[in-house]
Design a binder for this molecule. Structure first.
Ligand SMILES: NC(=O)c1ccc[n+]([C@@H]2O[C@H](COP(=O)([O-])OP(=O)(O)OC[C@H]3O[C@@H](n4cnc5c(N)ncnc54)[C@H](OP(=O)(O)O)[C@@H]3O)[C@@H](O)[C@H]2O)c1
Length: 300
C-alpha cells in the first residue's frame, strides 16, 4: 500500500510543487491554513492551521500519516520582526504540535532555511555553527533544534531562495523578476546578497528520494553556483530574452534606506554547500542557468 504523506502549507510555493510531484507516487493529503474553495474541490486540500491544536489533532487522527512534510511557515522575513508572536506560533509551536499530536512512528520532514546562518562566511556545510541574523531565522533554528531533540525519525532540509514556475506565489523571486521584465518595468536588485537558489522541481526530487531512502539528518539544497540576487535576475533576463538594461544594482544598505518596510537583517554571503545531498541522496545539482532553461520549458 502507498505510504500516506501529509503536506502542511500545501498551497504555498513548495507545497504545490510537492502536490504535483508526489501525487502519483504516494497517498497524499494536502493541507493548509485556509484552503480556497477551488483547492478543496480540485485537489481535496484540507484545512489544517498549525496554530490550532484541535484542528491538527482531528486531521492527524483521521489520516494517520506515515510521513509529514512540514512546508507551512510564516515566511514574511520583515513581518517576522514586527509579528514575532505569530512567527513563533507558526514556525516553532506549529512544529511542536505536529510532533506531539502525531504517532511516534510518523517520520517528520521539516523545511528549514539558509537563514539559520548569519551569512558572514558562506557557503555553509550542514555541520557548521548556526547563528541567525533575524527573527525569522531564529524561529527556523528553534524548530530544527526541537525536532532534533525528539526521539522521532526526522530529516531537515535547508533550501535558499526558493523559486518555481508558479507565477502567482508571493515568495517566488523568479516570478517577481519575470513579471516585472515582461511588463518592461525597471527593477533594482541587491548585488551583495549571495546564495545558490533552489528550484522547487529539484527540491521535490530530493524530498522524494529522502522518503524512499528513509533518510535521517540535515541536508542543504541549491544550485551548484553561488550568485548574487542581481546576477540571478540578469540570468533570468538572458534566458527569457528580456532587456537586461531594466535591471539595476543596489546594495543592501541603500535598499534598507529606500524601502522602509525592509527592516530585517539579511545574510550577505550565504549559500549552502551541496556535496552532502549529492553523495547521500544521489541527487545531481545544476547551474542556475541550466535550472532556468528547464523552468522555461515548464512554462512554455
Ligand atoms: N521561499 C523561499 O525563498 C524560502 C527559502 C528558504 C526556506 N524556505 C522555507 O521553505 C518552506 C516553503 O516555503 P514557500 O516558499 O513554499 O513558502 P510559502 O509559499 O509562503 O508557503 C507557506 C505556506 O504556509 C502556509 N501557512 C502559513 N501559516 C500557516 C498556518 N498557521 N497553518 C498552516 N499553514 C500556514 C501559507 O498559507 P497562507 O498563504 O494562507 O498564509 C502558505 O501556503 C518554508 O518552511 C520556508 O520557511 C523558503
Amino acid at each position: 500500500m502507498a505510504r500516506k504523506i501529509l503536506i502542511t502549507g500545501a498551497e504555498g510555493q513548495l507545497g504545490k510543487a510537492l502536490q504535483i510531484g508526489l501525487a502519483d507516487k504516494f497517498n497524499i493529503l494536502p493541507t493548509t491554513r485556509q484552503p480556497s474553495q477551488l483547492a478543496k474541490n480540485r485537489r481535496n486540500v484540507q484545512k489544517m492551521d498549525l496554530t490550532d491544536k484541535e484542528n491538527i489533532s482531528i486531521v492527524l487522527e483521521s489520516f494517520k500519516p506515515d510521513v509529514i512534510i512540514n512546508c507551512a511557515a510564516y515566511t514574511d522575513v520583515d513581518g517576522s520582526e514586527k509579528n514575532k508572536e505569530l512567527a513563533h506560533k507558526v514556525n516553532v509551536e506549529g512544529l511542536k504540535h505536529l510532533i506531539q499530536l502525531s504517532e511516534l512512528k510518523t517520520y517528520l520532514i521539516q523545511i528549514s532555511s539558509d537563514y539559520v546562518f548569519d551569512g558572514e562566511n558562506g557557503p555553509y556545510r550542514e555541520e557548521e555553527h548556526t547563528f541567525p541574523a533575524n527573527y525569522y531565522g531564529k524561529t527556523k533554528l528553534e524548530a530544527e533544534n526541537i525536532l532534533r531533540g525528539t526521539r522521532r525519525k526526522w530529516a531537515i532540509f535547508r533550501p535558499n531562495v526558493l523559486y518555481s514556475p508558479d507565477l502567482f506565489c508571493k515568495g517566488n523571486f523568479f516570478a517577481w523578476v519575470y513579471k516585472s521584465l515582461l511588463k518592461n518595468q525597471s527593477i533594482s536588485v541587491v548585488s551583495d546578497q549571495i546564495s545558490n537558489p533552489t528550484l522547487t522541481q529539484q527540491f521535490v526530487k530530493a524530498i522524494f528520494q529522502c522518503i524512499i531512502m528513509d533518510y535521517e539528518g540535515i541536508l542543504h539544497i541549491g544550485s551548484d553556483d553561488y550568485i548574487s540576487r542581481y546576477e540571478f535576475a540578469m540570468e533570468i533576463a538572458k534566458v527569457f530574452g528580456f532587456d537586461t538594461g531594466l535591471i539595476t544594482k543596489i546594495d543592501t544598505d541603500s535598499l534598507t534606506e529606500k524601502v522602509k518596510s525592509y527592516i530585517a537583517e539579511r545574510p550577505r554571503h550565504s549559500g549552502l554547500a551541496i556535496d552532502k545531498i549529492e553523495n547521500e541522496l544521489n541527487i545531481s545539482s545544476f547551474s542556475t542557468n541550466y535550472n532556468l532553461k528547464s523552468l522555461k520549458s515548464a512554462l512554455a
